[in-house]
Design a protein around this ligand. Structure first.
Ligand code: FDA
Length: 409
């Protein structure tokens, strides 16, 4: 339910042109872009420093964009929603923005761009120094508790040093992020605020998250803990070719994090343990060359010894390739190319790198990211129902949405 309060701040007595809630990737980019345009903003950040997630991203190296980023690598109820923002702020814009401040990109793999010879701290420093140059006020240790939507303004109540304070501005930017990693400052504030205004929320779930295996298969996965295998992981919606990592509680690694964003509880997905090759053809070729070769010896050319040993649970690895029966050959093909996994669950928001779902994009203009029902209110970054793949996509969305909002403040 939207409650309109009488404006408690007469024209000219606003504290800033806009208040931004959350000094993460989206809020910081928004503040800097607003600075270029001569607009004054106040950034309120719950943590004692800005950009907490930028600092830990990419193992402290910050995978700040992806050369391949387009709208196809984003999950949203409206898959077209991101198109406008990505036209207004492109990957090339991200690259040239950071180059202007001495951060040059180096591609690691699959288009993932990291600062060359610099790290995540340098990325955050670009924003803090620009905010200082533009005299944008960044208030840390400031937890926003409540927002009153007035006629033509927003009054933000926050706590700092045990004291309640208020600020008022004609525009409000909600950039307080999503639910992953509560101990790093993540809150459901944006979702609660939006819900309180009667805005629709697309149901949320951890994304880019490791998956757990329990029950009778648990021990089989646990014995492989620490082993990494290059695989093709797929379901009927999507496929990813990257490493999977076995752990004592299930599966992790880039391919698993990717498929987790497309996985629903109770579902099974497939792992092709030898993508791009046909185990049947390899066995056939080996039969012609040396039929006495043990299946385990053939496997050891492609997998670690430990992995081959684990496959003995399902396959006759100690048999010579020449004497494998038709049924055994079919089973080998199935286990190697269509290994079925039914996770029990996921590791939750403590381990997730992103959130699926969020504030329904239908509530916003895709061109401006302004709320259709409440003029002057903008949402950007992870709190929205926009979830990118692993590999710099989520920051590209955070930068792009921060830029678009700044243009419309
Ligand atoms: P973000 O979470 O960055 O910022 C929101 C801010 O709002 C936080 O600082 C929070 O403290 C503050 N806040 C919340 N509630 C508040 C309140 N009530 N009052 C005041 N402040 C409040 N992405 C990528 O592209 N490349 C990568 O390498 C990685 N790596 C990575 C590693 C890990 C471990 C995680 C968890 C995530 C990533 N990501 C990533 C994802 C990326 O970090 C994420 O998509 C962006 O940080 C989202 O930016 P936002 O600005 O929307 O939220």
């Amino acid at each position: 339910m939207l409650i309109l309060h009488k404006n408690n701040n007469i024209n000219g007595l606003m504290d800033a042109d806009a208040i931004i809630i959350g000094a993460g990737a989206c809020g910081l980019m928004c503040a800097v872009q607003a600075g270029y345009l001569g607009k004054k903003v106040i950034l309120l950040e719950k943590n004692d420093q800005p950009g907490a997630k930028i600092l830990i991203s990419g193992g402290g190296r910050c995978n700040y964009t992806n050369l391949l980023a387009g709208d196809e690598q984003f999950i949203s109820a409206n898959k077209h929603f991101v198109k406008s923002a990505f036209t207004q702020w492109t990957v090339a814009d991200t690259i040239s923005f950071f180059e202007t401040y001495g951060i040059y990109g180096k591609e690691k793999t699959l288009g993932q761009l990291f600062p060359d010879g610099k790290n995540a701290k340098d990325v955050v420093a670009v924003f803090t120094s620009l905010c200082a140059d533009f005299e944008q006020r960044l208030i840390c240790d400031a937890q926003v508790m409540d927002i009153a939507v007035n006629e033509g303004s927003f009054t933000v109540k926050y706590e700092k040093g045990g004291k309640a304070k208020t600020l008022t501005a004609p525009k409000l930017v909600m950039a307080s992020g999503g639910l992953p990693i509560p101990k790093m400052g993540a809150t459901d504030f944006a979702l609660r605020f939006a819900r309180g205004l009667g805005l629709n929320i697309v149901s949320t779930a951890p994304a880019l998250v490791p998956l757990t295996i329990t029950g009778k298969d648990e021990g089989w996965y646990a014995q492989l803990s620490g082993n990494s295998v290059f695989c093709r992981v797929s379901n009927e919606r999507i496929a990813f070719e990257e490493n999977i990592l076995f752990t004592h509680w299930g599966l992790s690694g880039p391919a698993i994090l990717q498929i987790s964003s497309y996985w629903e509880r109770g579902e099974v997905f497939n792992i092709d343990l030898l993508p791009g090759q046909q185990m049947g053809s390899l066995i056939e070729a080996e039969r012609k060359q040396n039929g006495k070769t043990l299946l385990s010896a053939l496997f050891n050319r492609h997998f670690t010894r430990k992995f081959t040993d684990a496959l003995a649970k399902f396959l006759p690895v100690e048999k010579q390739v020449a004497v494998l029966t038709k049924a055994e050959l079919e089973n080998i093909e199935q286990i190697i190319h269509e290994f079925k996994v039914k996770p029990a669950g996921d590791k939750g928001y403590d381990k997730a790198e992103a959130m699926r779902g969020g504030i329904d994009t239908a509530e916003l203009s895709s061109k401006t990211l302004e709320c259709r029902k409440i003029p002057g209110l903008f949402f950007g970054g992870e709190c929205l129902d926009v979830t990118g793949w692993l590999g710099g996509y989520n920051f590209q969305w955070a930068w792009a949405s921060g830029f678009v909002i700044a243009r419309n403040l």
